[in-house]
Design a protein around this ligand. Structure first.
Ligand SMILES: [Zn+2]
Length: 832
């Protein structure tokens, strides 16, 4: 397929990078007070970069204070996108969770006024030590990205969230982020470091670097009170912003509360709030309550800036809150002065800022929208372009089209407080690739995304699929605004909804399950075919490993209607012996072939996200016996274990604690989803029922919960104390502590082979204390650590059994690890 991304290249070349604001769901209202705040920001020429490892590590209070009190260019560099975290709001994990968390960060920055950067590093999961982290990440590549970001953003001040001198005391990613930040700070100014970047970027030496410390890093408030603070600067981040009506602490809480997938909702606070910064290197601030003191942050830092400074002061002094438009002429004069500057860095930043202000002052509103959420190559779409002038003067709008996006009329002269709607035509060429995040286009490694075009690295997300440019002439100034194409609709409940617009293929194919587990019987595999346009004839096949058989070989599909999905079934038969492979769905329409699945992530707190994967599934035939007929599953925070139980031939009924049946005797086992005790406050209510059920011969299987944040009564009829013990090495040696226990022997004989090819980790939050009737079954440990014995504990209880396991079955089962299925079958069958 031909890969088109010329629109993206075009916009990069012209330096017209879309701001995060352009792509957000809602447009921020700009009151005259908010416009004045933007004008104030025009006069500050200082930059701060905050560095940590994950989405949610950032100190939103400090970021908001830097952006809104000090008026600095402020950004958060999160080394990763948080793929390895847990998801409190849905089933998505890994890349899809990283996609959600990327958007949560962008929403947070939209509130606190910061920008957002990432590197190519992948959050591969929990890591105990930076030595391990930096081995799994490609240290040189992550450093290269951080240096690139420093050379692009040119921070005067770098602030690390974590201490680079304390390996082993927190997540290895945390310490690594600080260690790499120190090195990047030291080398970004050297021509010898990453010299290939210097074709487009200049070396940059930040003036100073800090560690954003707090009492927490000292162990207690007491210890912190007694600590030597000569190297610490201290600032009040509790500023009240009359222009917005919020205290900085309130803005910070709103920003932090965007991290919904992590459950980081927080309440705002008002009044004085102290932040501490430990000076690490560079020039010590001349004033101990100002991070920028001693650095010239006025217009005089750039050549020719004195005239701009003077003009800026004039605008500030004469700004009329009742009539911002009165400042238009003076702003246009200031724009000309900025345009004449030689300093490319500040010129670009301040031109973008003043252009935004001028358009706001003139009440200009431009929006390009489609009435459907996506386009298919080869099809033609009518779009609406709204051009609104709410100033008192005439404004000229000139629309710049291209081969894909054409205006029907190219220019409009619009009188004061008038709005017009004009048409644009979108025709997407054949071969145009489907929209997917740039960092997920190529397969990556455990520790790194693959990104071929280095220009992308400074972008937090892919650019919009399409954008047009509108030149707006106000008096003597012509401002070119890049306008993204959005999907806009009016929702009866939510009101106006704006979403990103995506490119989709003519057909999306999805195999129902990611993994199929086979016994000796054939299984039906369903492929969901979703046409994004009307298609008269298509043919569908399932490509498969040679030793497997699939019938029919080819399914023909007729009269597919746009937007109407249908399921097509194939019968798949495994070979007689144990086997593992993948199957791929592939459709042919005329000369064109389709083999991708479009995944759409839809949450109300972030813009809809589209992600493209290959329509494929893993097929596994383990040597497995399972006699469990029926299982009740109490859903937890979201996992695919119920699907895995169905895959080995057991019927699963899913419940939340509130609707669990009184009589559970029909079930071979009751399985509790991951973190159920953390997310269901009413889980303790079900315990009497569960205890009676086990007492009468049932099996209760509990999966991991996080230590803290739960009611101890939620963990079954016997005492269990959770710890933070985990084994992160997925290949860690497993010792059979109770080799003759039924759970390791029936109906499947568990061997060391069953612990091969595990993914990401062995398990997490293992209990470290338990009732004497429990027997620990497995021992395991990470390098240089003591053996943990709590990963799988089993106790008889009445006529039945209680099992608690922190083993990461929720990761291993969806990944098709045969040993995890064999172990699962033994758990389900233990009371038979
Ligand atoms: Zn973190």
């Amino acid at each position: 397929m031909i890969k088109y991304s010329f629109l993206f290249l075009l916009s990069l070349a012209a330096g017209l990078k879309m701001t995060a604001q352009d792509n957000r769901l809602t447009q921020k209202p700009t009151s005259s007070a908010a416009i004045y705040h933007q004008i104030e920001k025009l006069g500050f020429l200082g930059t701060a970069l905050f560095v940590a490892a994950h989405p949610d590590d950032e100190n939103t209070r400090l970021i908001s204070w830097l952006a809104n009190d000090r008026n600095a260019q402020t950004a958060y560099l999160s080394v990763t996108r948080g793929d390895g975290g847990q998801n409190l709001i849905g089933p998505q994990l890994r890349e899809q969770l990283g996609l959600i968390r990327t958007q949560e960060l962008l929403e947070a920055r939209n509130i606190d006024g910061g920008e957002q950067f990432f590197t190519r590093a992948n959050d591969f999961g929990y890591s105990k030590h930076p030595d391990e982290t930096l081995e799994i990440w490609n240290k040189q590549e992550v450093l290269e990205d951080m240096v690139r970001i420093i050379r692009t953003f040119k921070p005067d001040v770098i602030i690390n969230r974590f201490d680079h001198r304390s390996p082993g005391t927190t997540h290895g990613h945390h310490t690594s982020s600080a260690m790499l930040s120190m090195t990047a700070y030291e080398i970004a100014g050297l021509k010898s470091a990453y010299g290939q970047q210097l074709a487009t970027l200049e070396p940059w030496q930040a003036a100073r670097i800090f560690f954003n410390t707090s009492w927490w890093f000292y162990g207690s408030e007491d210890a912190f009170a007694k600590a030597d603070k000569t190297n610490l600067i201290q600032l009040d981040a509790g500023t009240y912003f009359p222009w917005s009506g919020y205290s900085n602490g309130e803005v910070a809480a709103q920003s932090r509360s965007r991290h919904q997938s992590q459950g980081f909702g927080s309440s705002g606070s008002r009044g004085e709030q102290t932040e501490y910064l430990e000076f690490l290197d560079g020039s010590f601030p001349t004033n101990k309550d100002d991070v920028f003191s001693g650095i010239n942050t006025t217009w005089t830092r750039v050549k020719g800036g004195a005239a701009v400074e003077k003009q800026w002061q004039k605008i500030c002094a004469s700004y009329d809150f009742k009539n911002p438009e009165a400042s238009l002429e003076e702003l246009i004069t200031m724009r000309k002065l900025i345009n004449n500057l030689k300093d490319a860095h500040w010129k670009k930043i301040k031109l973008a800022a003043i252009d935004y202000i001028i358009l706001q002052v003139a009440g200009v509103y431009i929006e390009l929208s489609a009435s459907e959420p996506h386009a298919t190559p080869g099809e033609v779409y009518n779009l609406n372009l709204e051009l609104t002038n709410r100033s008192s003067k005439n404004i000229q709008f000139s629309i710049q089209g291209n081969n894909v996006l054409k205006p029907t009329e190219t220019s409009h002269d619009i009188a004061g407080n008038k709005s017009i709607d004009t048409k644009m035509i979108l025709q997407v060429p054949q071969g145009y690739e489907s929209s997917t995040p740039y960092w997920l286009q190529q397969p990556g490694t455990t520790g790194m995304y693959t990104v071929n075009d280095k220009n992308y690295i400074t972008l937090p997300e892919s650019q919009p699929a399409f954008n047009t440019r509108v030149a707006v002439t106000i008096g003597t100034a012509t401002i070119v605004k890049t306008v993204p194409l959005l999907f806009k609709r009016t929702d009866p409940v939510r009101g106006e909804v704006r979403e990103p617009f995506y490119v989709v293929p003519a057909l999306s194919l999805a195999i129902t399950n990611p993994v199929y587990i086979f016994n000796n019987n054939p299984q039906e595999v369903q492929v969901t075919v979703t046409p994004f346009m009307d298609i008269a004839n298509a043919a569908l096949v399932l490509r498969h490993p040679k030793s497997w058989t699939i019938a029919p070989a080819n399914q023909s599909l007729k009269n597919l209607k746009k937007g109407i999905s249908q399921q097509v079934a194939f019968t798949v038969t495994a070979p007689k012996t144990a086997s593992q492979g993948s199957i791929h769905a592939q459709a042919t329409v005329g000369q064109l072939s389709y083999s991708q699945q479009i995944i759409s992530l839809e949450y109300n707190h972030i813009p809809n996200q589209q992600y493209v994967i290959d329509a494929t599934a893993t097929v596994v035939k383990p040597a497995l016996i399972n006699d469990a007929k029926r299982v009740a599953y109490i859903t937890g925070a979201g996992d695919e274990v119920a699907l895995a139980i169905e895959a080995i031939g057991t019927t699963v009924d899913q419940f939340v604690p509130a609707n669990l049946p009184m009589d559970l005797s029909v079930y071979n086992a009751v399985v509790i989803g991951i973190r159920a005790a953390n997310v269901h406050d009413d889980l303790p209510v079900a315990q009497t029922r569960l205890a009676n059920y086990v007492n009468n011969g049932g099996t209760l299987i509990m999966q991991y919960n996080t230590a803290g944040r739960f009611d101890k009564d939620a963990l079954g009829p016997l005492d269990i104390t959770l710890s933070r013990k985990r084994v992160t090495n997925e290949n860690a040696v497993v010792t059979f502590l109770a080799p003759n226990h039924k759970i390791l022997n029936a109906p499947n004989k568990i061997t060391q082979d069953d612990f091969k090819n595990w993914v990401q980790e062995r398990g997490l939050y293992f209990p470290d204390k338990w009732d004497a009737s429990f027997e620990p079954i497995l021992g395991m440990h990470d390098d240089d650590e003591e053996m943990t014995t709590g990963s799988l504990i089993v106790a008889p209880y009445g006529k039945g059994h209680v099992i608690y396991t922190g083993l990461s079955l929720f990761r291993e089962l969806p990944a098709g690890v045969p040993g995890a299925y064999r172990l699962l079958a033994n758990m389900l069958n233990i009371s038979n």
